[in-house]
Design a protein around this ligand. Sequence first.
Ligand code: ATP
Length: 359
Amino acid sequence: MNSFEIAVLGGDGIGPEVMQAGVAVLEAVDARHKLGLRFSPHQAGAMAYRDTGEDLSEPVFARCRDADAILLGAMGWPGIRRADGTELAPQITLRVRLGLFGGVRPIRAIPGVPLPLSDPRAAKMDFVILRESTEGLFFSKDRGLITHDMAEETLRLTRPTSLALARMAFELAGERATRLGRSGRVTLVDKANVFRAFAWLRDVFAEVAAEHPGIKHDAHYVDAMALDLIRRPWDFDVLPTENMFGDILSDLAAGLIGGMGFAPSADLGADHAVFQPSHGTAPDIAGQGLANPTAMILSGAMMLEWLALRGGGEALREAAAEIRAAVDAAFAAGLRTPDIGGASGTAEVTRRVLAALGG
Ligand code: ATP
């Protein structure tokens, strides 16, 4: 029988609140399908730093590294910062130390959730932003050259990571094409008209595109993409992009499907993966039971799919599909969270999704 060790980092603010919902839903499908999930909670984040002086201790890091997958709520808190004033972001430390270069952010309209775009095609929106998560402008984190007279941060792209990102993009497009019954398309989002680094990146993608003749491939400037994600987001499929561009565009894209509470994500590397909602710790609503746990619940489904892709078995894929269907059914039946003008808080969403699961 399978057994998967899942490291659970609730983190700060609404992180532990949405995590409780996410784990409850995973436990329900685990009980039904006998998936063998074992959850091990660990302390990390801003509150851990405040209490212990470490935001991600070496023993906790080791447990995460040795786990089969990592679930993360959200981390960081206003006012709790390092001595140099920088924010505590162990989620970024995990990305860098575990080589989690592929930030997969699916943007899918959930039936019944009000959308800001009135065009009926918006209900068919289903694309993925693939944010490179270890290099780009974020490579410069803690390395910038700051003097009284200037501040300089430098973007870096490397060939191994860019090739791996391109391969992940084409593989993802291939899987989606099979699952959605349509042809796949990879659109690199860059700024190749201004920076030679992005012209270089286009060449790397062209190399990998040649190995995937069945998948369409093109490129789009990031500023034009910001416009087109509002004008015609239903036209896109897989959008690989540089770290900073992906950071910004994924928040914009979350806005298209009802907000941060609906945007799941996965940070994938060759051997490790972290699954977490795209949102932060939301200090403005923390501790009030108002957080929308949908993004966390859907991130759990992404974890099951990733374990399935790594040979964990078909039941994991079925369980992931059941979670997604239960979320869709709950919202289609009228569930409305406070972030979209409703009154159903974290606990009620959990109850309704569990009910839709038949648990
Ligand atoms: P970070 O820098 O960590 O991304 P942030 O403060 O910029 O943090 P969030 O914490 O994601 O961003 O919050 C942005 C806004 O979205 C806040 O008003 C917050 O209340 C809201 N928000 C974020 N996540 C949720 C959620 N799950 N449910 C409801 N509202 C949310």
